[in-house]
Ligand binder design. Structure first.
Ligand SMILES: NC(=O)c1ccc[n+]([C@@H]2O[C@H](COP(=O)([O-])OP(=O)(O)OC[C@H]3O[C@@H](n4cnc5c(N)ncnc54)[C@H](OP(=O)(O)O)[C@@H]3O)[C@@H](O)[C@H]2O)c1
Length: 332
């Protein structure tokens, strides 16, 4: 790594004028440990978790860098001991426990995938967090079966735009919710069978009508609150619900009788704290099942807007306002 500088620009959670804000620092370039690669970062992408981290509500897990950023794309410029999958110069997209908002970052080799053809290095930064999260929750936890009906809430989010494309491509009827007519339109363009404006329509009634009263088999939910009871109402017998966030609250009163009568499974999970081995297993499943769809142009990155790293604050404000469709990117 002879041409790699000693220090780099990196953005961490801090304060400006006493208020929580992303702050640009000069930090040492990290060194790859055993099984890790060092990337010269081309781009990183925003996640809602970054907003929580900036406001001090979601500190990085033990061992993770203080630098913001759960995903990145870039070029391998150094490898740690024992790395077998990658060599210098490889172009990859990586899932990170932190560290993406920087000129260099280290990643576990199993959390990296090659950049598919037809996708630019910058666009590739939009892929890791969404596809790792969607795959492990819908496939590993909820075991979506061929032909089953699927609902993802927040269809225009980074997570939603990935889930709609992936499961529409895999032949599932895909239902979704979004907050404006334009966002609903974007969701149907991506392959959703039906996109419901949650501000003006009742998603339970609308989906029940569209499915002749049957409902759906699997729901990926990031809303929580009163959606938990509504999701239970909408699930078919043997249906599965997975929550990846509780934006509208995690404490609700639920009548569990329907769970018993319909033999439902209710689960939830978070990705960031999982071990490198668990993330590598998800990565290999993505390489087998999702990467060919990306490489063949069947699934496309959905990039809302790109900002330079120095404008991280403006980019995070766009996310906080939910003005985006797909992923907001920071270029380095
Ligand atoms: N557990 C995990 O491992 C994990 C991993 C990644 C992400 N997540 C979570 O997944 C969520 C999406 O992440 P992201 O980074 O893709 O964020 P994002 O793009 O900001 O998405 C947030 C989404 O929530 C939707 N939403 C808010 N209230 C809603 C409601 N009442 N009904 C339907 N949709 C509603 C928003 O829809 P509108 O804009 O239309 O209002 C928006 O699409 C976040 O909450 C994030 O924390 C969890």
């Amino acid at each position: 790594m002879s041409q790699t500088p000693k220090t780099m620009r990196a953005v961490e959670a801090g304060t400006v004028d006493g208020k929580p804000a992303p702050v640009l620092h000069e930090r040492p370039v990290p060194e790859p440990g055993p099984g890790q690669i060092l990337l010269k970062v081309a781009a990183t992408a925003l996640n809602r978790a970054d907003l929580l981290q900036v406001s001090g509500l979601y500190p990085p897990p033990p061992g993770a860098p203080a630098t913001l950023g759960l995903e990145a794309s870039g070029t391998v410029v150094d490898t740690g001991p024992g790395v077998t999958r990658w060599k210098l110069g490889d172009a990859v997209w990586v899932l990170l426990p932190g560290g993406g908002y920087a000129e260099y970052c280290v990643a576990d080799e199993g959390s990296a995938l090659p950049v598919p053809k037809g996708i630019s290095l910058v666009e590739a930064a939009s892929l890791p967090e969404a596809y790792f999260t969607v795959w492990t929750n819908v496939m590993d936890r909820c075991r979506l079966q061929p032909g089953e009906a699927f609902l993802v809430h927040g269809g225009s989010s980074g997570i939603g735009t990935a889930a709609i494309q992936l499961f529409a491509q895999r032949g599932h009827p895909v239902f979704t919710t979004a907050g404006t007519p334009d966002k609903c339109h974007a969701c149907t363009q991506l392959g959703a069978t039906l996109a419901i404006n949650y501000r003006t329509q009742d998603f339970v009634e609308t989906i029940k009508t569209a499915t002749q009263g049957k409902g759906v088999d699997v729901i990926l939910d990031m809303v929580g609150g009163d959606y938990i009871a509504k999701n239970i109402q909408l699930l078919k017998t043997e249906g599965r619900l997975v929550n990846i966030a509780y934006q509208m609250g995690a404490e609700v009163k639920i009548n569990f009788l329907q769970v018993l009568l319909k033999r439902l499974t209710i689960t939830a999970s978070t990705l960031r704290v999982r071990s490198p081995a668990e993330k590598a297993a998800i990565g290999r499943a993505l390489e087998r099942e999702v990467w060919p769809l990306l490489n063949g142009g069947k699934i496309k990155p959905v990039v809302d807007r790109t900002y330079p790293l120095e404008d991280a604050k403006a980019a995070l404000e766009r996310m906080a306002a939910s003005a985006h469709v797909g992923k907001i990117i920071l270029t380095i």
